[in-house]
Write a protein that binds this ligand. Structure first.
Ligand SMILES: Cc1cc2nc3c(=O)[nH]c(=O)nc-3n(C[C@H](O)[C@H](O)[C@H](O)COP(=O)(O)OP(=O)(O)OC[C@H]3O[C@@H](n4cnc5c(N)ncnc54)[C@H](O)[C@@H]3O)c2cc1C
Length: 484
């Protein structure tokens, strides 16, 4: 009998746990450790942040779902990994802090035979002075933040209805952020909603980003097949913004967000300010900061994690120049090189390097998007890790499944206005996510499988995906048939 423990009930961890339970015999146990009682379909937080959805439409309680399917649920934060156990027993375990807990109480032990770290990102608002909901800008990364963003948006609209002009700044709040795609989706939804609420004429909307060119999305941009032509994504995105009257600032590192004004530095060395009435700026990410100890209690965190707290897996982490990076550097199995029964899935694994070309300002500030960590690969990786663990429980000595982001495509449908008749969405596919210039010397990607379109059909697909993915996450009948 084996005990598999999954840390995190987000897109990656929940997918891993669901497939582990489906594929493992009943005698093996599957345990999920996660702090929130609810599942949150994060992509739809965009719609929460403009007031089109409420908490109940993007979340559901995990406990009844796990109970129905025989998955043990421990509502807690994982804090420490003990992959060799301790002096009392060599059995590996995770130390967890229960939620709600007793302040100062000892951590509890959750033993495991196999462990999946799918703890996602820590939102590093602290990296920029004044950034975030506790400072002077909004966010849509969690449902609570998206709800307060929506209330602030309503207030801005009310002011516009009273005749005031409002300045909206949307984008990323640090030079090393990822998730530009999510901020992009928010700005085009915000613009659409201002039109729907008939106050667009009173709004100035500005996009601020660390991307060298628009449409980089942390993937070094892409070349999209459109109507028989190959179009660079910066043109595609610029035309989308131009049509909507959105001004943009690229190559920017936000240094400080003060009430009503943010200060930023750009790659050419300029230091500027941008005033705002409403700012939605995503934070940079790190890992959640799990510590790790060997059997004697010595700190081995550096062996398991990079300094950014993301977990080392089977990637090539050798420091190399941008030109020397290769698609083969990317991980395949997500197994820890230190402990074969330890895996990281989704955002929790450490990418070997960025995909976008790194640039630094004259002051030495790195201004370059980190690699995208989107939902589809996170789920695919969770599923592959589950398959490998099942294989190892059944006797394989090595992981039996692979999910390299350099061999995986991704589809992304970014809503650009939620209305069943006048709404629209940008639908993009890329293959592969990590460019491979050895296989595709022209663009690094297969242009026949990398395309972008904008239209009402995309909006219907986005709505359908929202319902399908929540149905799947609820593990309702037939859920495994819905793709990741
Ligand atoms: C606003 C927004 C919109 C997005 N839109 C899209 C989109 O349209 N399409 C797309 O493909 N991707 C989108 N993404 C990206 C997508 O949400 C992520 O790729 C995905 O959520 C990553 O999955 P994950 O499981 O690695 O992390 P998460 O989904 O963040 O899950 C992490 C889990 O770990 C838990 N956790 C945290 N700390 C601990 C701890 N110490 N111990 C145990 N558990 C812990 C968390 O509570 C959570 O349950 C969007 C992201 C954002 C922020």
């Amino acid at each position: 009998m084996s005990r598999v423990v999954v840390l995190g009930a987000g897109i990656s961890g929940h997918t891993a746990a669901a497939f582990l339970r489906r594929w493992l015999p009943a005698r093996d146990t599957v345990t999920v450790v996660s702090p929130s009682p609810d599942y949150n379909w994060i992509p739809s937080n965009i719609w929460v942040g403009v007031g089109l959805m409420g908490r109940e439409q993007v979340t559901f309680p995990l406990a009844p779902v796990y109970e129905r399917h025989g998955i043990e649920f421990v509502q807690a934060y994982a804090r420490e990994l003990h992959p060799e156990g301790d002096l009392a027993s060599p059995r590996p375990y995770v130390s967890v802090e229960p939620v709600p807990g007793n302040p100062g109480a000892a951590l509890e032990k959750v033993p495991y035979d196999f462990l999946v770290n799918a703890t996602g990102p820590r939102l590093r608002f602290d990296r920029t002075d004044g950034l975030g909901p506790e400072g002077n800008s909004h966010s849509v990364c969690t449902v609570d933040d998206a709800l307060s963003t929506s209330a602030a948006f309503d207030e801005a609209v009310a002011r516009m209805r009273r005749g005031e002009r409002q300045r909206f700044v949307v984008g990323v709040g640090h030079g090393t952020c990822t998730c530009e795609g999510a901020a992009f989706e928010y700005i085009v939804n915000l613009e659409f909603e201002l039109r729907a609420r008939k106050v667009r004429d009173k709004a100035d909307i500005v996009w601020i980003t660390n991307e060298y060119e628009l449409g980089d999305f942390g993937m070094g941009g892409m070349h999209l097949r459109r109507s028989g032509y190959v179009v660079p994504s910066h043109l595609f995105t610029a035309s989308l913004f131009a049509e909507r009257g959105i001004r943009w600032i690229t190559r920017a590192h936000v240094e400080k967000v003060a009430p009503g004004v943010l200060a930023y530095e750009t790659l050419d060395g300029a230091e500027r300010e941008e005033p705002f009435d409403f700012a939605m700026l995503l934070p940079p990410f790190s890992g959640v900061g799990l510590k790790s100890y060997d059997r004697e209690g010595a700190d081995i965190t550096e062996r398991l994690f990079l300094p950014n707290d993301f977990m080392r897996v089977d990637a090539d982490y050798t420091a190399k120049g941008y030109e020397d990076w290769s698609a083969d550097d990317w991980p395949r199995t997500y197994q820890s090189p230190a402990y074969p029964n330890l895996f990281a899935a989704g955002i929790a694994f450490a990418p070997p390097h960025g995909i976008s070309r790194p640039h630094t300002s004259p002051k030495g500030t790195l201004i370059a998007p980190a690699p995208p960590r989107t939902g589809m690969p996170s789920a695919e990786i969770g599923k592959a890790v589950a398959r490998s663990i099942v294989g190892m429980v059944k006797g394989s000595s090595v992981p039996t499944a692979e999910a390299s982001m350099a061999e995986m495509g991704a589809a992304c449908v970014a809503s650009a206005g939620a209305n069943p008749f006048t709404g629209t969405a940008v639908s993009m596919t890329v293959y592969p996510i990590v460019p491979d210039f050895a296989r595709f010397p022209d663009y690094g990607r297969d242009v026949d499988k990398t395309f972008g379109e904008i239209g009402l059909a995309g909006h219907w697909i986005k709505i359908l995906l929202h319902h399908l993915f929540l149905y799947k996450a609820r593990m309702r009948p037939g859920w495994p048939l819905i793709p990741e």
